[in-house]
Design a protein around this ligand. Structure first.
Ligand code: FAD
Length: 563
């Protein structure tokens, strides 16, 4: 059997290695357009910033090492330019010599990935304008920085790559402005959770121009003007376009393969395309979202690697199936970590799912052991069934661990109520006897049993301030003085039982504290005395993060970074 693989990085290289492990006799040829095989795309921003110092670290595998270990014939700087399904051949161009030749296959695996989305904007071909996908792109950016010592950069986009680049360019001392059409960074997060991320970026000197649209670029001497709709241009020494990725599927389209969203390749759960003996994996393929069952594009390394393995199994006569993607992701944002899995509230609603949520602010480990930090965790679940739909966490230590537990719970089809039963490891330096994930389960249980009712950030503005309801803040006077939601009166939770006469009988009470814990205690005190009581989910921490974020966004300079 002869297997030809197009693309030799995440999906392609994984498939090649798996194929060899399953079939010592197969002839395996990998064509890779760039000069490198199996390179660490996820590490590229960190080489630009200098966290990864040795270029070799990005390219641990070489065609020679692949041959030595796996007897796989890897040909870098070879672009597959056409597929001929009837003849079962591909046309290949050697980018070094220019030679063009045909290569036959018994099975063809496409793992061409996704390219940076580059809309046809005026000035898109200018120098000093970069994209980041390959090792070559990385070296180009790094060389430019070393030779030209830019002082400022504009990053167009607000996803993983733009955020990672922002951090790495700040580490190099550049002024960084991030321009993004949506009003928030990192779309897998809901806007309330993104507020923490925005604050972190601003704290580290990244200027955020959210809700702005880049309309083009113009040379300005040695600099670039980034043209923004309805605003003055931003001027910078370099620009990186990172507004998203598009499946790199021209080959598949020309060969007549069935395509889906944004030209992605349609595959079944065995990673088979619509054409016999052609498989496809990775960023180039459309997947089923594991939670919603909807068609989706989720460009992440984990799915690409798993799909590569599944395709290889099936090419070798097995029957491996891909269950769909959950979109689990994690990102370092300076010293902060943001992570998500499953669907967020916005997308759950868009998918027509009747969902509820809870937001909590647990410590990463036992409060009495030094070094613990608060994290903000938002858990989204289906109303009535309590099926766990998704989670988002922003914080420091321990965020990655909790998101992976929640991701596993979603994969296992657990309800949010079952989170309370998970038997999670505990010692004070690592967690609490009631782990944050267990806490989410306890809170859900209280909701399910009707012990507590919630209200949310989006409800606060509309609450009546005419005395028909009581708005209560149960923090200490000092905390209250430091900032509170308009109209909320302060009765610290520890004084509440003695000051119940200050709360008008027969009227609903809306209670807020810093994290949601003391207000929960207050709600239980009040509910047992006959009050209809609502606990603010996420606490003043979340409320303040969201309102401060809105204020900062409004204050953001409307024009150039030169100001
Ligand atoms: P790729 O790994 O992109 O490989 C596709 C390869 O195919 C490319 O090298 C391309 O040159 C080659 N190719 C395309 N067309 C042809 C052709 N016609 N002929 C020959 N070769 C061809 N994901 C995460 O989960 N976590 C992260 O932290 C993360 N960070 C990232 C950071 C950066 C800067 C980038 C660019 C991506 C990051 N990703 C991350 C995404 C992740 O790298 C991709 O999801 C994953 O690599 C997709 O694997 P793939 O095999 O589909 O495509």
């Amino acid at each position: 059997m002869k297997v030809v693989i197009v693309g030799g990085v995440a999906g392609g290289a994984t498939a090649a290695a798996r194929l060899r492990r399953l079939d010592e006799a197969a002839e395996i040829v990998v064509f890779e357009r760039s000069g490198y095989v199996s390179y660490a795309n996820c590490g590229l921003p960190y080489y630009i910033g200098g966290a990864i110092t040795d270029r070799e670290e990005l390219t641990l595998q070489t065609p020679e090492s692949f041959w030595q270990r796996f007897r796989v014939d890897v040909r870098v700087r070879h672009e597959v330019t056409a597929i001929h399904p009837a003849e079962k051949t591909v046309t290949v161009k050697d980018l070094t010599t220019g030679a063009v030749f045909d290569e036959s296959y018994d099975k063809l695996l496409l793992s061409p990935g996704a390219r940076p989305t580059q809309p046809a904007l005026p000035g898109a071909g200018l120098g000093r304008l970069f994209t980041l996908r390959t090792v070559e792109d990385t070296l180009k950016i790094r060389e430019f920085i070393e030779q030209h010592h830019p002082k400022s950069a504009v990053l167009a986009g607000g996803g993983f790559i733009a955020i990672e680049l922002a951090e790495n360019l700040r580490d190099l001392g550049l002024e960084v402005t991030l321009v993004q059409r949506p009003k928030q960074l990192l779309n897998p997060l809901d806007a309330d959770m993104a507020a923490f991320l925005h604050a972190q970026m601003r704290r580290h000197g990244v200027r955020l121009h959210l809700g702005r649209t880049v309309e083009g670029f113009a040379a300005d001497g040695e600099r670039v003007n980034v043209l923004i709709r309805d605003e003055a241009p931003l001027t910078a020494d370099m620009v990186v376009l990172a507004i998203g990725v598009t499946p790199d599927t021209g080959l598949a389209r020309d060969a007549g393969l069935d395509l889906g969203i944004k030209g992605s390749i349609l595959v079944n759960d065995r990673m088979e395309t619509s054409v016999p003996d052609i498989y496809a994996v990775g960023d180039a393929v459309q997947v089923k979202h594991f939670v919603t069952g909807q068609d989706a594009l989720l460009s992440l390394a984990g799915p690409a690697n798993k799909q590569g393995r599944i395709a290889a199994d099936n090419i070798c006569g097995g029957d491996s199936r891909y269950p769909g993607s959950q979109g689990s992701s994690v990102i370092k944002v300076f010293d902060m970590t943001a992570a998500s899995t499953g669907v967020n509230e916005k997308n759950a609603k868009a998918a027509g799912i009747d969902c509820d949520k809870l937001v909590l602010s647990p410590m990463s480990h036992a409060g009495y052991y030094p070094g613990g930090r608060v994290m903000t965790m938002k858990v989204v679940f289906e109303k009535n069934t309590y099926r766990l739909l998704g989670a988002q966490i922003v914080g420091y230590e321990g965020v990655d661990k909790r998101i992976d537990v929640l991701s596993t719970a979603i994969h296992a089809g657990l309800t949010v109520l079952q989170l309370k039963d998970l038997d999670l490891a505990y010692a004070p330096p690592y967690s609490s006897a009631k782990d944050p994930v267990n806490m989410a389960g306890f809170m859900a249980e209280d909701l399910a049993k009707g012990l507590v009712k919630q209200f949310f950030t989006e409800d606060v503005a509309a609450l009546p301030r005419d005395g028909s309801v009581t708005l209560l803040d149960t923090r200490t006077p000092g905390e209250y003085a430091g900032g509170h939601a308009e109209g909320f009166v302060n009765i610290p939770v520890d004084e509440l039982r003695d000051r119940l006469d200050e709360i008008p009988a027969g009227k609903p009470v809306y209670v807020m504290c810093q994290s949601g814990l003391r207000s929960y205690v207050a709600c239980r005190i009040l509910a047992q005395r006959g009050f209809a009581c609502y606990n603010f989910s996420g606490g003043y921490r979340l409320y303040a993060a969201v309102t401060e974020d809105r204020a900062a966004a409004e204050e953001a300079l409307p024009c150039g970074m030169e100001k």
